[in-house]
Design a protein around this ligand. Sequence first.
Ligand code: ANZ
Length: 887
Amino acid sequence: QTAYEFNALEKKWRAYWQQNRTMKTQDPKPGDKTFYVLDMFPYPSGAGLHVGHPVGYLSTDIVARYKRMAGYKVLHPMGWDSFGLPAERYAMKTGVHPEVSTQANIANYKRQMDLLGLGYDWDREIQTSSPDYYHWTQFIFTRLYNAFYDAEADAARPISELPIPSEVEAAGKLAVQDYQDARRLVYYETAPVNWCAELGTILANEEVFDGKSEQGYEVIRVPLKQVKMRITAYAERLISDLDALDWPEGIKDSQRNWIGRSEGVQLRFKVQGSDLEVETFTTRVDTLGGVTFLAVAPEHDLLDALTTDDQKAAVTAYRDEAARKSDLDRTKDAEKTGAPTGSYAINPVTGRAVPIFVADYVLPDYGTGAVMGVPAHDERDFAFANTYGLDIVPVIDPGADAPEREAVLAGQKCWTDDGVMLAAPDDSGLYQAGVRWREAREAVADHLEAQGVGQRVISYNLRDWIFARQRYWGEPIPIIHWEDGTRTTVPEDQLPLALPHIDTYKPTGHGESPLARAEDWVEVTDPETGMKGRRDTNTMPQWAGSCWYYLRFKDPKNASAMVDPDLEKAWGMVDLYVGGAEHATLHLLYARFWHKVLFDLGLVSTKEPFQKLVNQGLLTSHAFKNARGIILPVDEVVEREDGTFVHEPSGDVVERVGAKMSKSLHNVVTPDDVVERFGADAFRVHMMFMGPVEAMREWETEKVSSALKFLRRVWRFATEGLANPSSEASKPVSLALTKLVLAVTEDLDNLRLNTGIAELMKFLNAVEGQPVSKAVLDQFITVLAPFAPFMAEELWEKAGHNPSVFDAQWPTANEADLDAAIEEIEVVVQEGGKRRATITLDPDADDQTVRDASLARLAEMGKPIDGVDMNRVIVVRDKKSGRVKLV
Ligand code: ANZ
């Protein structure tokens, strides 16, 4: 028997795996069972991995190893989301080219992943910043640009299939371009954008938090010409196709809310004394009789036309003020502000004139950017009406039971709850007094549609995706702007359009991307016509590369296609995708959108990319909190003998609390330290034993020693057994093994890795010290292997097999063996969740015998059960444990 020298042993197998490409993925052949398990690939930051990152990576590694042994072709790749802002900002500070720092970071991440025994096939590694990869990101962009959404077919089609009306054709190529732009999936548009001066770039709505960038820099809205992707065309499918996915309900809900579907009516109001009409969007057209004003967004196209001369100054001042606020501030601010335009609108039902305001609580890009104000039944409108002294006209009766009824009917309170209609405005007969508002809503909508002043529409909160960033370290956008005003994509056979090297990464002062400095690169001449043009100098947003990387892993080296169609089909959807819940609406929505377009264009074979999604729990560390609630760094606190903690610099007694790992609290733990002290296998076992993958957990390095202790016991048990195996397995040992195999297999199939480890522990408890056969040991080592791969390889070799244990077959066991092996069953008699008695019976005992024996036993113990109808007591048999429960 030898000692468990984990450091030497792990080093040996790390080298072996690398040399022999043990975890190499073979392309599937027809008829192969496949399993695609994917981690959300990381952005390789300068800090490297901390112990929290591998929660997900370890889970998928364990599942991948198991599936492979169970006979699947397994794809479990890793790569790098290597374009992005931090590398560029680092370059601005230090002058180190992003490419250089990125490669150094990647090397470090890889080393750390190998350290943990994460069995990735590095021959499939991809980097989104490598030209071999972004070649195809640009290719997909090109295909999206050259496609339009065909509403009738509910699918994307190549733009060449879009019929152009002859009058557009006749109006010239710029008219054709405009016509196509209005339908393309990628288009240019001037619209208000989120401009962050500090970062020198436009941000997507998803990247603006509380009027600030992720880094906390101020973001303002300015009009700008920009590239957008028409994700809104897919809003409906992005919602409805969620149903078939095996994702956490919370994530599906976030996506539904983000897309924000509402059914409503678009309704036109005539402007008094002019030809203008203001179109509003409302979900509550039943309240039309209560409209006492209209409000348009400060960005509304008609605002200037609506503004009368004497209101010009006030409206302009108001508009400038609104430009400094974010959407969120505008919707959140309790105070609703605005300014009268001086114009009036005519209510199409009552014929009454109401004033038109500009108000910033009306958002420019939702609905029509204009609302009908119903102060009696909308809180925002109510606040606004009170500020400007506008009429408040109730149209809904809260009902006799509502204590607020009187105040509502007097226009002193806003009522947004259920209710019935008061008499229809001006006896219009649109609906009867007393009908439910939902009914009235349909009646009014029917009326407006019949009159041709309104129509039912579906509105989405989702905005089209602003796709350009004024940054250097990203994929160049393959578009050329020609001097005649036309625009084309870079021909596909000229891709990749490589990112030129430059020395200054700062955006130019006027908000143009740093790429504008690379004059030679920017200026192009068409070799055929001699026409001059300029390349688009924007780069794609961070999310582009991760929109399709899961496809590239199937065929990462293909130089002539994004992915070979046969391989794309053979692997199919990602079977299991594990990553952080923070990607609920960004990456996961964008990737689904691209995938759907690719599906429509015939480039992929499935409608969705990720079948099952699991969010790993956050790993926290600890820190200390003083009486004033200030969180203190861990290295400034010492533990006293009585178990209390003292902050050394101040002498304060402090409390130990869970806290996020962060540099400033000095509580970041790297896997490197842990592996050095306890070994990678102990790290793996401990991390997975801490709890379910999805659960939050607090990390304490010292606790890894329990996992190490367990592994030492495993080692002793296995090495002793191998040195001196029994010729045959005893009955209890083979029973324990059968239970182990069945339970671990089920746990792995359900991603219950913590209980899988608990089963290994139970097995060890049951068989330690008993003679075991070689066959039992072989199976045990195989079951251990996904969890503790280094030790398992070593034991496998000691058992006289050729490495690798991962080429061995996952053992199977028969449930029937368990039944046969059970010589007696244990009956637990429970009452109200409490154990009252335990009896032992023959396994063939039928339910009635079990009931009778239980009753007899309880009576014997002097605890008879009275008043229970024993015929209604259910007998639950757990085959695996041999337990029978009475419920
Ligand atoms: C009149 C009304 C009466 C409304 C009432 C509500 C209650 P959701 O459900 O989110 O779709 N609205 C429409 N466009 C807007 C914009 N661009 N900015 C801000 N608010 C806007 O919300 C739809 C409702 O939000 C619409 O229905 C409209 O107010 C407002 F008792 O119209 B409602």
